[in-house]
Design a protein around this ligand. Structure first.
Ligand SMILES: Nc1ncnc2c1ncn2[C@@H]1O[C@H](COP(=O)(O)OP(=O)(O)O)[C@@H](O)[C@H]1O
Ligand SMILES: [Mg+2]
Length: 176
């Protein structure tokens, strides 16, 4: 059984506060998959995390470049991928990702299913869902490191009213 946390984020400010608390708990190496529809808030969250780690420059959505890399003062390299426009997973090789994997870094990967089989094993999946007003995020650990991070984060998530549910299957399809 896998624990899933569900947290309601009624507005952008809530998403930013959630991002700041993640920034406080997380450290490299870490691979975070960001799934969910267009406009669900994946890039907004990644931008707020980078800000919390001291990145003062622009954070563009990697929609067209596919990959943007930042050297965040507090944490080191952060690679932000958006695979929405990827035509074949093999295109990831052209981006030189394989050269980047070995260096400890934080990875934020939007539309991870597009790169299935060509991505590093994920530690955490954040699944973003549109709600009538605001968003909901579902958090799942997909590695031991992800479990430890969620355990450390749990008191804060509970304080915000996050609910914990369970999923019967062991593996998230997104981590394949
Ligand atoms: N919790 C939230 N409640 C309401 N609007 C949000 C929330 N989080 C983000 N948004 C807004 O929704 C949009 C999300 O865009 P973006 O982050 O680019 O989405 P994605 O990367 O998932 O395609 C932005 O306009 C942002 O201001
Ligand atoms: Mg995006």
């Amino acid at each position: 059984m896998k624990a899933i946390w569900q947290l309601d984020l009624p507005d952008v400010a809530a998403t930013e506060t959630f991002a700041q608390s993640f920034a406080h708990c997380a450290q490299p190496p870490l691979v975070v998959l960001l799934s969910g529809d267009l406009g669900a808030g994946k890039t907004t969250w990644a931008r707020a995390v980078l800000r919390a780690w001291g990145w003062a420059g622009t954070v563009r959505s990697p929609t067209y470049t596919l990959l943007e890399t930042y050297d965040a003062t507090a944490i080191g390299p952060v690679h932000h991928l958006d695979l929405y426009r990827l035509r074949t997973p093999e295109e990831l090789e052209d981006l030189g990702l394989a050269d980047l994997w070995p260096t400890p870094a934080v990875w934020f990967i939007e539309w991870p299913t597009q790169g299935a089989g060509h991505l590093p094993p994920a530690d955490l999946t954040l699944d973003w869902v549109h709600k009538t007003s605001g968003r909901q995020v579902r958090l799942m650990a997909t590695s031991e490191m992800g479990e430890r991070l969620l355990a450390q984060w749990a008191p804060t998530l509970k304080q915000w009213g996050a609910a914990q549910t369970c999923q019967a299957n062991e593996e998230s399809s997104l981590s394949e």
